[in-house]
Each structure stands twice: as C-alpha cells, then as structure tokens.
Design a protein around this ligand. Sequence first.
Ligand SMILES: Cc1ncc(COP(=O)(O)O)c(C=O)c1O
Length: 433
Amino acid sequence: MAELAMRGGAPVRPQGYPRWPVHDERDVEAVTRVVRGGRWGGFPEPGPMAAEFGARFAAYQGSGHGVVMANGTVTMEVALKALGIGWGDEVILPALTFAATPYAAMAAGALPVFCDVTPDTLTLDPDQVETAVTSRTRAIMPVHLGHQMADMDRVMEVARRHSLAVVEDCAHAHGQRWRDRGAGSFGELGSFSHQSLKLLTAGEGGSLLTDDEQLARRAHSLIDCGRPKDPDEKHYTFGANYRLGELHAALLLVALERFPDQQAERAAAGRRFQELAAQVPGVRLLPPDPRISRWSFYCYVLLIEPEAFAGATNRLVCEALEAEGVGCGWTRRRCRSPWPSGPPCGRPCTWTRTSSGPALAGSRTRSRRSPRCSATRRSWPGGVRGTPRGCPGRTGPSPGRTSAGRGGSSPAARPAGERRPATRGPGGWRAAP
Ligand SMILES: Cc1ncc(COP(=O)(O)O)c(C=O)c1O
C-alpha cells in the first residue's frame, strides 16, 4: 500500500479544488453598477437589489416572501421575534447544530431546549421533541444538517398536534426539496445563511422566507430599527439595524443565476462520492433520506468506525484526508445518548465537503464542533437544558396540550398561570400575553 501523504507519500488528490466563491465578470459588473449608482446601503429598507433577491430566492424555494438581512443568525432571531416568542418561552432544537441556532433562541429571550438527533440522519428526532414539549414550548427549530433534511413530515405533525410554530434552519439547505417542496417553506418561517462557505453566498447575508405577509412585514420592521411596514404605517416594532447592503444583494442576485447548475453538478458529485465511499471499510454513510426530492447538499456527513482505522481519532482521519487533498472537517465530541440502538452514540462524525465543480470533494472547511448530546437532563451554561428521551418527568403528553390543530390549544386544559402557545388567528400570529 502506498505511503500516506501525512507520512511523506504523494497525495492522491494533488489538483486542489475550484476557487470558492465562484465568480466572474458578472459579479464585478454587478458590484460596479451599485458603486456607480451610489445606493450602497440597505436603507431605505428593502433596497431594490435586496427586494429583488428576496423575491427571487423565495420563489426558488417555493415561498411567498423573502426578507434579506445581515446573516443567517439574525434571520432566526428575527423569525422568533416576529412570532412574538420571547421571555419565558421554550424553543426546541437539535443538540447537533451550529451555535447560531440556540443563540438565536436566546437572543430572542427564549430558552433553547436541546433534543438529540436520529442515528440515520443526525437531524432532530421527532420522538424526542414529543417528550420535550411543555406548556411553555412555543416553537420547534429543525436544522437541515449537512446533506440531510430533518423529517419534515413528523416535525410538522408534532407541531400541529401541539400548536407550535416551526422555524426551519436551512443554512445548509439552499435549493433542497422534501417531497418536492422547498426547504424553508414548511414551517411558518425558513432561515438561510449566505455566509462565505454556504452554497449561495455573497460573503455575508441571510434570507428569511415565509408565506405569511404579516410575518414578513414584521420581519422587515424588526431589521429596520422598528420602522412600520404596514400600509398605514402604524405598526412599530422593537427593532435594530440588521439590514443587508446593496453590494451584497447584487452579488446574491448573480449567485442565484449560477445556482441551479451548481446544484445539479453538486448532486451528481455527491452521488459519485457516495458510491466510492461505500467501498471503503470502516466508513458508515448516512444516505440522504429518500424523501429529499432535490438534493443540494452542503457537506456530506459520515461516520467512521475507529476500529477500522486502527483506533485513530476522528481528527487524525480528517488530517490524513486533508493531507491527501480531500477537504474534511470533524466533530470533536462523541454523542452520548441513552439510546439502546447505539449509533450515533459513541461514534465520531466526519464531515466531507463536495464541491460544485467536477471534483469529487470540495473546498476545505474548518473543524466543526457540535455540543455533546445529553445523557441525562442536565444544566448547561446559561441555563440551557438538554431533554433526552425517557427523561424522568418528561414522559407522556405535556399538560395543557390538546390534539387540536394549530391555534387549537384549549385554555381549559391548561393549568392556571401557564402561558399560551403561539396562535394564529385572522389577525396573524399573536404573542402570548
Ligand atoms: C446550521 C447553521 N445555522 C446557522 C448558521 C449561521 O449563519 P451565519 O454565519 O450566516 O450567521 C450556520 C453557519 O454556519 C449554520 O451552520
């Protein structure tokens, strides 16, 4: 067998990757036009470029409205605030995600409640969501992680049953479709990042999608220092400046023109990667959920069996791959969960990135780290809680919940003094009193 590159052998893949972000004269011209036009900033909000991109991207994902803002973290904070979620409320999200997801809940003033992920997709486990719902729960934030999507059939069903809002974190899921419906169009709101590493990028930026005109108006107001956005200019909010500038929006418009072809190319490269990686002993692939009807993965997440790599750590395997010229990142921590079914518990995860170009694997990523899955209900810094399946006191239906659809929670069934979940009436989403 040839010597590993990390031990001085020749790398198997010396050719590198195409430059990212992909750009050409169209980007230069778009930026030049904005510079010459003198309308650089995002005020008055939305700027013409931001408005055009928001509408086009929303249409691409199958949503009615797109609100463009500074990044894919504030999009989620704004989503929760637009729904009236804040102090005293709980938001359920997966323990395996980027820090931005729980940050957004806390920035809105709510308490993030972590649930574990399923072994086959590493996305939010709907069974655990059931056990984590309390009378204070207001929303679920599924994360479409890596090359997968959360089980939107189950997540939406649980949300409907408990009258909860859904805010999808689609930072990794531009262009993906679940049963032919776009990521970000299932819940009340869908959040996307346009940061440098993301599939549709302007270096920075974020999009918040919704079908609800009133939520869109509220989001516009929240990112524009609270200015009213209704026709009568009466409804102020408590907002700040989260606007995106027109230079970035112009780059996003050009990036969106390229996106469909890049998406198809990336999906083909991903399938080829999967075929080849399946032949490597000790590599456990997590094939994309068959309900994903259009694939545009951000990075391919796989698991390794340490025994097959002579007990090597996740980190060492990634460093070896990097030395061979294969872009790779890793999670530092092992999942610890009480599941009897085993994986992903105790299994390290490896992230492999596939490019939009013809190459098998793509641009290098920095290490990605995930929070440890909780084995027992326990305290987290800042008062954040983990709520694993079977947690004492968390089994069975929550008090105050009914099986009525969204907006159908029964006040009679709720103990006195408990907060009402978010409800949608004729006037739109109502904040809990
Ligand atoms: C899952 C997830 N959500 C949200 C974000 C936040 O996006 P941004 O960097 O645009 O704030 C990221 C960024 O990497 C992410 O990976």
